[in-house]
Design a protein around this ligand. Structure first.
Ligand code: SF4
Ligand code: SF4
Length: 325
């Protein structure tokens, strides 16, 4: 009897508030692309193929087997597409740091919509806008009404807008992890319960890192990476350079550290320490070389932009979510 060919899965890729890096990482699968194409038909991927939103709206609910949604939710268009793709998709994957926890666009939660508009449309050096004209979501012209998406005050992760089946972290995720997770879905392999992080480890970057660590190294000052001569062997934190390893899941193959750059936390926090900022504060507290409150404050003050470093990829998804205004 001839082998019955397994039907291909229907795959969609979409970007919300994103830089494009996640979409490029999907292309980065190189020869594995043939494996993907062998098992999947792309039914929607605006960056690469000419599909319209109306094509998705016309699909029956649950028509798409897997959607890789990258990017955060920053405006009404992102939110509309998140909800639409949720409705049309069986397995919705938050792909990359921005969809996972808000990512780099989520740093905008340290400010407000008003401050961003004022900087972009009034005070930026290249702008001349004496009448302070700002973008309007709706604008009447003789030919009819023009509409642009509504810019929200808060950036949200995908999981803060719709139910997500799996989170595949990374900025962007490592391509090998994408292929592994994709093949697991295609072959029906056992996957963790919906809502889980996949393609990453439970342990931290420090558990995977080969740099030398001592038990009791104390720090008198913190440095930016360019301010020290890295010896290439010793733990960055022990050299006084902030490395997010203790507060970040492993799974990327410690790529940044292998390239002599400290971890910046794009794989998100490990299960037992869900808030990267508090985990880093506790890791750093054990290393400060002083018992004097004034001196401790001075040493901590040498960390440049602590909130921006500790929550670089995770502010909307953290317990802080945003700066209070
Ligand atoms: S996770 Fe990184 S690569 Fe992906 S869209 Fe966000 S900023 Fe770009
Ligand atoms: S803090 Fe960074 S450099 Fe140090 S062990 Fe952890 S991952 Fe490696």
């Amino acid at each position: 009897m001839a082998n019955e060919e397994k039907p291909k899965i229907k795959l969609a890729v979409y970007w919300g508030a994103a830089c494009g890096g996640c979409c490029v990482s999907v292309l980065d699968v190189h020869e594995s692309l043939f494996t993907v194409v062998e098992h999947a038909d792309l039914v929607f991927w605006p960056i690469a193929l000419d599909f319209k939103y109306a094509d998705v709206e016309a699909m029956p609910d649950g028509h798409i087997d897997v959607t890789l949604f990258n990017g955060a939710v920053r405006n009404s268009e992102n939110e509309h597409m998140a909800k639409l793709l949720r409705q049309k998709t069986k397995v919705l994957v938050a792909y990359g740091s921005c969809a996972h926890m808000g990512g780099i666009p989520g740093l905008a939660n340290f400010t407000t919509k008003e401050e961003i508009f004022n900087r972009a449309y009034v005070t930026s050096e290249s702008t001349v806008n004496p009448d302070k004209v700002f973008p309007r979501p709706e604008y009447e012209v003789p030919e009819g009404k023009l509409e642009i998406p509504v810019f929200y005050n808060d950036v949200r992760s995908l999981g803060q807008v719709v139910n997500v089946d799996y989170y595949l972290p990374g900025c962007p995720p490592q391509t090998e992890r994408l292929v592994e997770v994709f093949m697991a879905i295609v072959t029906g392999a056992e996957l963790p319960p919906p809502g889980s992080v996949v393609g990453a480890l439970e342990k931290t970057q420090c558990d995977e890192c080969k740099r030398k660590k001592s038990d009791n190294k104390k720090i008198k000052q913190f440095y930016r990476p360019w301010q020290i001569e890295d010896d290439g062997e010793t733990c960055f934190l022990e050299q006084g350079v902030i490395c997010m390893g203790p507060a970040t899941r492993g799974g990327c193959g410690v790529r940044c550290i292998e390239g002599n750059a400290p971890c910046r936390g794009c794989y998100g926090p490990p299960v037992n320490a869900p808030d990267p900022g508090s985990k880093m504060m506790s890791a750093i507290a054990t290393m400060i070389d002083s018992d004097d409150p004034g001196e401790i404050q001075k040493i901590v003050g040498t960390i440049d932009d602590p909130a921006g470093i500790f929550y670089r990829f995770s502010l909307p998804g953290s317990i802080l979510r945003r700066k209070m205004t």
